[in-house]
Design a protein around this ligand. Structure first.
Ligand code: GDP
Ligand code: ZN
Length: 305
């Protein structure tokens, strides 16, 4: 039975991109429009964009999704299966880099069990001389130290786009980042022929960008797919336990193991190794500060619910 990946779901149809031997999607051919087998509905299962499926061809070139392969991951917003990489885009300027938001994304990504790739966009606007020190370099060093890969890109000059494309090969990714950081521009640069509306164009046309109601996977010609809707658009902490938060700060782990008390929240407890590590400069001030802020935010939310 042929295998494929669901790249779009719309009005009860699933669009399945066939996989060739070896599991590479055949981007050249078009997707097969499929219905789901009735049995899925009875069992309360619905196929998701990103699902790897077996399908059978029926007459008139359509098909039926017959079996859904086990999912590696399942995101709720956007509803996509088998995403394993979150690409976090932050512009070096316009808008200014927001490390609080970056750390918040990282918490959600750690919790979802995805890999993260930090992409610093609009490198062409970076001006290390202007403020006397290279803040972009500081940010890079800080996150690399923690163990995240950080790359610099510019859709204007093309810097970094080959490297980014390599990182996206053979996996399903979501792009995350606040509006205006250059997500659409980057995808347009990566995929020849793609023309996502950038904010520049929607402004010229005097309208807001149309918000897609359905998710679609954009094929990258290297076995990779990117969801066309930003991931983690609503960042609240409702699904994360207070005790879980510190485990989402990767670099805390090695110290947290040695805190004097079990269940240490790393805020005031005597013998807390995390606080000691922060004081010794082994944990970045901004990371610790955001941890404290998120913890308070979570407690506040949980109190209200
Ligand atoms: P999105 O909201 O994240 O999808 O961002 P867009 O792709 O719509 O880009 C927002 C604005 O930034 C637009 O005016 C783009 O032309 C501009 N922009 C995008 N990428 C770059 C870049 O690499 N360098 C510069 N200087 N501007 C960029
Ligand atoms: Zn502690």
């Amino acid at each position: 039975m042929p295998e494929g990946i669901i790249v779009k779901a719309l009005s009860g149809y699933y669009y399945v991109m066939p996989l060739e031997d070896g599991g590479v999607p055949s981007v050249e051919g078009s997707a097969v429009q499929c219905r789901a087998r009735g049995v899925f509905k009875k069992k309360g299962i619905s196929p998701l964009v990103g699902d790897r499926v077996d399908y059978v061809l029926t007459e008139n070139g359509e098909g039926t999704v017959d079996r859904i392969h086990a999912r590696e991951t399942e995101l709720i917003r956007p509803p996509v299966a088998n995403v394993n990489l979150a690409v976090l885009l932050f512009s070096v300027k316009e808008p200014d880099m927001n490390l609080n938001l970056l750390d918040k994304f990282l918490v959600h990504i750690e919790q979802a069990g995805l890999d993260a790739l930090i992409v610093l966009t609009k490198q062409d606007l970076a001006d290390p001389e202007a403020d006397g020190r290279d803040t972009v370099a500081d940010v890079k060093a800080m996150y690399r130290q923690i163990g995240y890969e950080v790359i610099s890109t510019s859709s204007r000059t093309g810097e970094g786009s080959e490297l980014l494309k390599e990182r996206l090969a053979g996996r399903i990714s979501v792009f995350s980042g606040q509006s205006g950081v250059g997500k659409s521009s980057m995808l347009n640069a990566l995929v020849p022929g793609l023309s996502l509306e950038t904010s520049e164009i929607s402004m010229r046309l005097g309208r807001g960008r149309h918000t897609t109601r359905h998710v679609e996977l954009i094929p990258l010609h290297n076995g990779g797919f990117v969801a066309d809707t930003p991931g983690f658009s609503q960042l609240d902490f409702l699904e994360i336990g207070v005790e879980e938060l510190s485990t989402c700060f990767r670099e805390f782990a090695q110290y947290a193991d040695e805190c004097k008390f079990r269940g240490c929240t790393h805020t005031h407890e005597p013998g807390c190794r995390v606080i000691a590590a922060k004081e010794d400069g082994l944990i970045a001030e901004s990371r610790y500060r955001h941890y404290e802020q998120f913890l308070n935010e979570m407690k506040e939310k949980k109190r209200r619910y």
